[in-house]
Design a protein around this ligand. Structure first.
Ligand code: OTU
Length: 651
């Protein structure tokens, strides 16, 4: 948009640019800057317009984008232009992701590059390599307490190795995803160290207070994240005799985005990694970016403005790069991280579907789909050009953060129901085969979350221990069932390292003093590659899971109705153990797939009359894409075995 105030400021900024920048050929940069400048200016003005140094900061912001553009390789610029032309590319059903820790999956980044064929074997073409940057040993929060945003942890490799990974991936059309930890730094980061030595410039990068007055005001409304290990949101710092805001661990200092320098530094880091050949950036803990006294300091409007600004700026320099919002918050809040509008107020193209994840686990524990239905029904439609990251497990805990109204509408009392879920997955509930751990139990509120690997939560660990074949196959079927939903729901499925091989809990963290107070380590596995060979041996758990998932992935890629264009219709049916939805290709509505999944441990049936003609036409020849055969029908009913799913289509 053309508007006089911002346009004359833009002209002034272009005159003031450093000569090194002015001398460059910046054609594409200028066209994009011109297109986005009004939005960038308006957002920056809303956040920092009251400051005396506003214009200087604005100049610095433009210089940061220009420098980022100058450093972008022509190969990456080519990809930008290609993606600009095919701007819906990431909504295709072709993408299937996997998240992993370098040192759990491989020996090092170099070794990970050598293991690329494993991804291809399974069909994975988007790999989220979890934090790889410098972290203090011990006080690392699994890589999310970073002491240097530009240096790769030398225990796993260096920038050269990452370039090799990026190159190997690109050759094979695999997308590379890396983290940007925007909300905080390690207390060993140079900025924190300078702040500790008393430098006021760097003290302004954080929230530091001489006494408890302000911290106490904040505390009144701020929930605690790691209540058991790190209670409170502030930590006393001896060196400076100040209280520092530390929402996560006491060694993770929250960055202060009311200081524009912080925003510009972090944008510079985003652009730096974009220029290393990263396709997608996972923005960690985005809900926490803005702190405000009197609020929970999560999901604040200004947090959204910061993300819009980062998106607008990144589009100018590296428009081919996508953002994933990691905001594990209430369903109505998650959706806002896509932005308000697909074009002028865009934030992240992709967001973790934490709602679906928690709902799926509810289905497993209750063997019932009431809450799953309710939750999906109330999941708002996304913006255009936005997509979910659908997952079952990740490196974190599981929080049962459903909407209380949905829980009530399903006939449960929220507190008691959550307690049931925690008891079920921690194996305290009678007859539960799950082997999870309670995470961050809060005595005052009764809140708790759950850790554990997918296989152990689904009962595989206990079944193997008891050598119970029936339970072993039930747990395998549950694992496949959960994946059948994330692969067909709409969005990019994100598998978690180890889950395709049925890797169970790793208890070794309990003997490591720097890990033992964080049970999330139980679900951060080290892959045993010798054992992984069993995926090639028929009859093993590894074989059944790996090949089941491999087949699902291959079918997904061939099924255009599985692309994500808000093209899903949830069907009301008369059986509360089943979930049933239809996916259709918006361009060719006759291409439809009906997904039916049975969450019960007993066979269930779907009464075709209850569909009222919705879904697909069962008078035609119907076939299950997964097995290639027709579904079992009897008397106008479709029969599903325990934990069975169908992907039905008419042929
Ligand atoms: C994220 O987690 C990371 O995934 C965690 O591994 C980190 O510990 C954390 O940020 C701090 O960097 O912030 O918006 O319930 O779900 O902390 C959600 C715990 C987050 C995690 C939560 C999450």
């Amino acid at each position: 948009m053309y508007e006089q105030v911002s346009h004359s400021l833009l002209n002034a900024i272009l005159d003031d640019l450093k000569p090194e920048i002015r001398r460059q050929n910046l054609r594409h940069f200028y066209t994009r800057l011109g297109a986005n400048f009004y939005a960038i200016y308006s957002l920056f003005f809303t956040l920092y317009g009251h400051r005396e140094d506003f214009k200087e900061q604005m100049l610095r912001l433009v210089e940061t984008m220009a420098e980022g553009y100058i450093n972008r390789s022509s190969e990456l610029e080519g990809i930008d232009i290609q993606r600009e032309q095919d701007h819906n590319w990431f909504l295709s059903q072709n993408w299937v992701g996997m998240a992993l820790y370098t040192n759990g999956f491989a020996e090092s980044l170099d070794d990970l590059a050598d293991k690329t064929p494993y991804f291809q074997e399974l069909g994975i073409n988007m790999v989220h390599i979890m934090p790889i940057l410098m972290c203090p040993a011990g006080k690392s929060d699994g890589g999310y307490a970073i002491s240097n945003f530009r240096q790769i942890d030398d225990r796993i490799g260096d920038l050269k190795d990452l370039h090799r990974v990026a190159e190997e991936f690109r050759k094979r059309d695999i997308l590379l995803v890396l983290d940007i930890v925007l909300n905080h730094t390690s207390d060993e980061h140079e900025w924190a160290q300078k702040a500790m030595s008393g430098d006021p410039r760097y003290q302004d990068y954080y929230f530091m207070f001489d006494n408890r007055e302000v911290p106490d005001m904040f505390e009144q409304n701020m929930p605690e994240i790691f209540h058991e290990s790190d209670p409170g949101n502030f930590t006393w710092n001896e060196e400076t005799q100040k209280w520092v805001m530390t929402v996560f661990h006491n060694y993770q200092w929250d960055l202060n985005y009311s200081n524009p320098t912080v925003l510009i530094e972090m944008l510079d880091i985003i652009l730096f990694w974009a220029n290393q050949g990263v396709d997608v950036l996972r923005l960690d803990a985005v809900a926490f970016l803005w702190k405000k006294i009197g609020s929970a300091s999560q999901n604040e409007r200004n947090a959204h403005l910061i993300l819009q600004l980062m998106k607008d700026c990144c589009q100018v320099t590296a428009p081919g790069v996508l953002f994933i919002a990691e905001a594990i918050v209430a369903p109505v809040e998650i959706i806002k991280y896509f932005g308000e509008d697909a074009i002028i107020a865009k934030e992240c193209e992709i967001a973790y579907n934490a709602t679906l994840m928690a709902l799926l686990w509810d289905g497993i524990a209750t063997k019932n789909t009431k809450l799953l239905y309710q939750g999906i029904k109330n999941l708002p439609d996304k913006l255009e050009r936005a997509t979910w990251l659908n997952y079952v497990r990740c490196h974190d805990d599981i929080g049962f953060g459903f909407d209380d109204n949905d829980v009530r509408a399903s006939g449960y009392e929220p507190f008691a129901h959550r307690k049931f879920l925690v008891d079920y997955f921690s194996g305290q509930f009678n007859a539960s085969p799950a082997r999870g751990m309670v995470f961050m139990f809060n005595n005052e509120t009764g809140d708790a979350r759950i850790c554990g690997s997918l296989a152990s939560l689904a009962g595989l660990e206990s079944a193997l221990e008891n050598d119970d074949q029936t339970l072993i196959s039930a747990s395998i079927n549950k694992i496949l069932l959960l994946h059948s939903i994330i692969m067909s729901f709409g969005g990019i499925p994100l598998l978690y390292s180890g889950d395709a091989l049925g890797v169970t809990n790793d208890y070794s963290y309990q003997d490591n003093p720097s890990k033992s107070d964080d049970s999330r380590w139980i679900n951060r596995p080290t892959i045993d590659w010798e054992r992984a060979e069993l995926r090639k041996k028929q009859g093993t758990v590894e074989y059944t899971l790996f090949n089941g998932l491999k087949k699902m992935i291959a079918i997904r890629k061939e099924t255009s109705a599985f692309a994500d264009f808000n093209n899903r219709e949830l069907l009301d049916i008369s059986n509360e153990h089943l979930i049933c939805f239809v996916r259709f290709n918006p361009l060719r509505p006759a291409d439809r797939v009906m997904v039916i999944a049975n969450f019960d441990a007993k066979p269930q049936y779907l009464d075709l009359e209850s569909l009222n003609g919705k879904g697909i036409n069962f008078y035609n020849h119907v076939v299950d894409l997964y097995t290639g055969s027709s579904p079992t029908q009897h008397d106008r009913q479709i029969i599903l075995q325990p934990y069975q799913f169908y992907w039905l289509t008419e042929i």
